[in-house]
Design a protein around this ligand. Structure first.
Ligand code: SF4
Length: 671
């Protein structure tokens, strides 16, 4: 185009994905034209997922929220009138002040999760604003809390095996994780390891792409990971394959773990998991025999009532079998443990002693009888209708006439439709952002590459402005993006080095480096630097003790388990508005035949919490008794606007009070 200006600018993806790709963003005449990977983050290696390649469609699509607006029709109707930022902020400030003065600060609930994992969009000035307002605090438990509670209990904070070191492993176990669609930059290292002769084992109820290529696949019933891991532990001890010298030197409470594994014979675990005992025996034997061996522990394991104990048992395996101390040996969970920074330091405000509300219980929390009632809800970085259990209760709560709802959003989500005041939010390409990865190791600090669309404003600006307008700013507060990032970086033992690195390159490596070897370069962050295989604190938190298995009984009328896995289309609910077609539920052919359901039939999935009307897709990669409908779907993706979340219970996991999506029990019938 004559005279058009083309630039390629650097950025980094802050979406809720382990990889944190470093990006080359092509900008033409002030608009983002395309995104691709570069090599700043070594694991990005010049490519990104197909999801984020569509990001310009989010930025400039018809669903983008461009201006502040106030509701002009019934709640949920999506009818809004444009107003100025000044008017919107004045209405918000005066209503929040009114709620605080009349009902107390706890009647205000901030609600955010994972739309961006950046230091500037979460736990920064937003936290300062709500802390100083005396609002209720939110327990962000939708994902990762059971896993991180278990990991911190056993290991304190210890970074895991880097993706780049997987080719050094001779055995790789992918447990509850599907790198074909999430954390995709692990995939080339898996292929390289396999090409070099490493064995691959996949533990997943579905025959995922990597399960198809694996040497061994264990298609467990969802939620039965705990018995299987404990049976492996018992077998390692009883067959003399446990590493007793490592246990004696580096671990506490291993005798208690051994004792608690005793009830799980391979046969009993196999019965609960619905697989042949020989598969668990094969895995245990392979694990004992192979060095180095690494477990990629995924978050799929935690999405049930036993999820925390299950993660703890899986993470205990490398300690029992003595897999540490060698490159390519140990485990990988979140690499957030590589960072010694306090991400809340940018808030520069102490947390008040206000009540803490579990975000998985939003539907219950919004009921009028919840005491004291929530009168104002402020949603940002989040689309709870699409992501939280008990979707119908959440919708019902958002319809309350006495609830004042503010939504700060990039696009018109299902939740944004229920806003009383809707505010346009910037995307990560329109604001400064800093974030550390949780799959890769590095952190990146990036600047906007284009001006915001319409009148979109960043969280950082919004909450800073509200602080000033409501008299909540204090002298000395870090205000600019740079000051907030500096306040966070200053909490690291390597602050000077990190600051210098950010200033010079926009990238920083964690103090342990990017490829630490567990028990060589990094050690447990527990007080005595030993692994605690049965910590008192976790024991107390669980209702029947750590590693106690709580069976989830399927009522006769709801015999199927509905899982809601990630897909290659969206990051949780982000970007799903770009999928225009309805999405089918996947059913095992045996279950479909029993119900007279053929491929493409219209079906009803239901339980006591809700019903989803969609079409059926027969999938032989699912084990019998399990159906799958993707997580994060929007109302437009089914025929009646309800999704898997309408069928997910709001029961909580044994550790970390996490969501139990995979405990959804349903029936499916042809309609
Ligand atoms: S979603 Fe993940 S894979 Fe895709 S660009 Fe972002 S970090 Fe990379």
């Amino acid at each position: 185009m004559p005279g058009s200006q083309l630039e390629v600018l650097k950025s980094a993806c802050p979406l809720d994905c382990p990889d944190s790709c470093s990006l080359d963003v092509t900008v033409r005449d002030g608009r983002v034209e395309s995104l691709d990977g570069n090599h700043v983050n070594p694991i990005t290696n010049g490519y990104i997922c197909g999801k984020v390649r569509h990001f310009p469609e989010l930025m400039y699509g018809a669903d983008r929220v461009l201006y502040p607006a106030v509701r002009s029709g019934p709640k949920g109707s999506g009818q809004f009138c444009r107003v100025s930022w000044d008017e919107a902020l004045e209405r918000i400030a005066s209503r929040l002040a009114e709620v605080r003065d009349q009902f107390g600060g706890e009647a205000i609930l901030p609600y955010c999760y994972g739309g961006s994992n950046g230091w500037l969009t979460q736990n920064g000035l937003d936290a300062r604003f709500f802390y100083r307002l005396g609002a209720s605090r939110l327990a962000r438990t939708l994902c990762a809390m059971p896993a991180s509670t278990a990991a911190i209990g056993l290991y304190g904070k210890m970074p895991g095996v880097a993706f780049e070191d997987y080719p050094s492993a001779r055995l790789i176990i992918l447990w509850g994780v599907n790198p074909a669609v999430t954390g995709i930059h692990l995939a080339p290292f898996l292929r390289q390891a396999q090409a070099d002769g490493a064995k691959l084992v996949v533990v997943d109820p579905r025959r995922t792409p990597f399960a198809r290529q694996a040497d061994l696949h264990l298609p467990l019933r969802p939620g039965s990971d705990l018995p299987v891991a404990l049976a492996m532990i018992r077998w390692l001890f009883d067959s003399g394959r446990a590493d007793f010298s490592f246990l004696a030197a580096q671990c506490r409470n291993w005798e208690r773990l051994r004792e608690r594994s005793q009830e799980w014979t391979l046969e009993r675990a196999a019965q609960v998991a619905g697989i042949g005992a020989e598969r668990i025996t094969a895995l245990a034997g392979l694990y004992a025999d192979t060095q180095p061996a690494v477990i990629r522990c995924g978050w799929g394991i935690e999405r049930n009532v036993n999820g925390g104990s299950a993660i703890a048992a899986v993470l205990a395996l490398p300690a029992v079998a003595g897999k540490f101390g060698v490159r390519g040996g140990g485990y990988t969970l979140s690499q957030g443990a590589a960072w010694d920074v306090d991400a809340l330091a940018g808030a520069a405000a102490p947390a008040p002693a206000t009540r803490i509300i579990n975000m998985n219980l939003l539907g219950e929390t919004l009921r009028p009888e919840f005491q004291p009632p929530v009168r104002a809800l402020f949603v940002y970085n989040c689309n709870p209708i699409a992501t939280v259990p008990e979707q119908n209760k959440v919708r019902e709560g958002l319809l309350r006439e006495d609830l004042f709802t503010v939504v700060h959003e990039q696009v018109m989500t299902d939740t944004a439709l229920y806003a009383d005041i809707l505010l346009p939010a910037t995307t990560f390409l329109e604001h400064a952002e800093a974030r550390r990865s949780y799959g890769a190791m590095i952190a990146q600090f990036t600047q906007p590459v284009v001006e915001p669309a319409g009148e979109a404003r960043a969280n950082h600006w919004l909450f800073g402005t509200l602080c000033r307008r409501m008299g909540l700013s204090q002298p000395g507060d870090p205000e600019t993006e740079e000051e907030v990032v500096q306040a966070i970086v200053a909490t690291s033992a390597s602050a000077a080095k990190l600051s210098e690195s950010f200033a010079e390159t926009g990238r920083a490596d964690p103090p342990c480096g990017t490829r630490p070897v567990q028990f060589v370069d990094v050690f447990p962050g527990t007080a005595d630097r030993r692994i605690d295989l049965c910590p008192e604190a976790l024991d107390r938190e669980t209702s029947k003790g750590l590693y106690a298995y709580l069976p989830v009984t399927a009522p006769a009328q709801f015999p199927l388990t509905l899982i809601s896995p990630s897909t290659s289309k969206a990051i949780s609910s982000t970007l799903y508005q770009l999928v225009r077609d309805t999405v089918p539920v996947e059913i095992c052919p045996d279950d479909a035949r029993d119900r007279g359901i053929a491929d493409g039939d219209a079906v009803r999935i239901f339980n006591d919490s809700g019903e989803v009307l969609c079409t059926a897709k027969l999938n032989g990669d699912l084990r019998p008794g399990v159906a799958a409908l993707p997580k994060g779907l929007w109302a437009r993706h089914t025929h009646n606007g309800q999704t898997a979340n309408a069928l997910a219970p709001d029961t909580l996991s044994d550790l970390g009070a996490g969501a139990c999506f995979n405990d959804a029990r349903v029936q499916i019938e042809r309609v």
